[in-house]
Design a protein around this ligand. Structure first.
Ligand code: AMP
Ligand code: MG
Length: 338
């Protein structure tokens, strides 16, 4: 096991920083622009570099607001709410998300399921009336749940039956990160974005140094268990039981639902981080891997070979996939067998 102490300076800087991005080390480079907005139900922190960073910031803000308006499962006038009411849509963002969600669901044995909205609501997520749902009530919801409820004609339309409602909360921020990345690359801007904890790096920092990202401590999210140095355009997304949850009888009920039991996932896992080239896949896989757990999740990682993982277990142990170990800058961890 490796053990290093996080530099006191870094910890102090984090305490002083209200934003989700780690502060810049050293002098601030020229042409850096920072902004925080509220969209898709979360705080988004954007830090951009490059000659066109001002224009890029405006474009990203417009894009994120458009996605917010389209994909909200709670807003009365969103395209997603229209689909959930009418049973049909041809909105291109929703068609693309449905297509990718079907692919990730297939890859993960159904661990990702975007039809769980009525189940999440029953547990109180999005309504705020939290409470343990009786088994009979859950079983009554089962008829409306399952990825086989989606009938997709790619590029043309998506239909769902009455009683079924979709929620892309598990992958929408990753999709947004992919679209932001494309905008930035087109304008030759580099940057690092934190879309509610979904970290997306784009391009190379002007000084050529690594992008430094932190993996939060589930017991103290203001503190980082690991810091990692990434290069180029990468997505790093964490799903954890500490992000949204309620407590009842000393039991923690988190916002990620196991499609098998229709109950919040319970087990020895506190959080999993997925690092991949695609923001959408990193986001969707982190949610699915939280459902699957470390053993099945690692089997999938080994067979796909296109993403890296960090697992934080309830016993406090941190496990890192072999390809990521050399990227760890600070923190204690164990390396998963290849
Ligand atoms: P994330 O924070 O990316 O892990 O996504 C969690 C969100 O996705 C929840 O707040 C729900 O809106 C939704 N969700 C919960 N469980 C699942 C699941 N098993 N598959 C797909 N979406 C889910
Ligand atoms: Mg996710």
């Amino acid at each position: 096991m490796k053990h290093r102490i996080l530099p006191i300076l870094l910890a102090l800087a984090l305490l002083l920083s209200a934003c989700n991005l780690l502060p810049e080390a050293g002098a601030k480079p020229r042409a850096v622009s920072e902004s925080s907005i509220w969209a898709m139900d979360t705080q988004m922190d954007l830090r951009l570099y490059g000659d066109a960073e001002g224009v890029c910031m405006q474009r990203l803000t417009a894009l994120l607001n458009e996605l917010d308006h389209t994909l909200s499962a709670t807003a009365e006038d969103s395209a997603l709410t229209a689909l959930n009411r009418s049973g049909w849509t041809d909105n291109p963002h929703i068609l693309r998300l449905a297509e990718e969600a079907l692919a990730v669901s297939e890859e993960t044995g159904g661990a990702l399921d975007v039809t769980l909205l009525p189940v999440s609501r029953a547990w109180g997520f999005s309504t705020g009336s939290y409470g343990v749902v009786p088994a009979a009530e859950l079983e009554a919801l089962r008829d409306n749940v399952g990825m086989d409820k989606l009938t997709l004609q790619p590029g043309a339309g998506l239909s769902i039956p009455a009683g079924t409602a979709l929620d892309f909360g598990a992958l929408a921020k990753g999709y947004a990160a992919d679209l932001c990345r494309a905008e930035l690359e087109e304008a030759d801007c580099a940057g690092i974005l934190s879309l509610g904890g979904n970290i997306q790096t784009v391009g190379t920092k002007p000084d050529g140094s690594d992008w430094v990202i932190g993996v939060q401590d589930p017991d103290d999210p203001g503190h980082y268990l690991l810091t990692l140095g990434l290069t180029g355009s990468r997505a790093a997304v964490t799903s954890g039981d500490y992000q949204r949850y309620f407590m009842e009888d000393s039991v923690r009920y988190c916002h990620i639902i196991d499609p098998g039991t229709l109950a919040p996932v319970r087990g020895s896992l506190r959080a999993v981080t997925v690092i991949a080239d695609s923001g959408l896949w990193a986001d969707a896989l982190s949610t699915a891997l939280f459902v699957l757990g470390r053993e099945a999740g690692e089997a999938l990682r080994r067979s796909r070979g296109d993403f890296e993982t960090v697992w934080i277990e309830a016993d406090g142990r941190v496990w890192v996939s072999p390809g990521l170990a050399e990227r760890v800058l600070e923190g204690s961890y164990e390396v998963i067998r290849p």
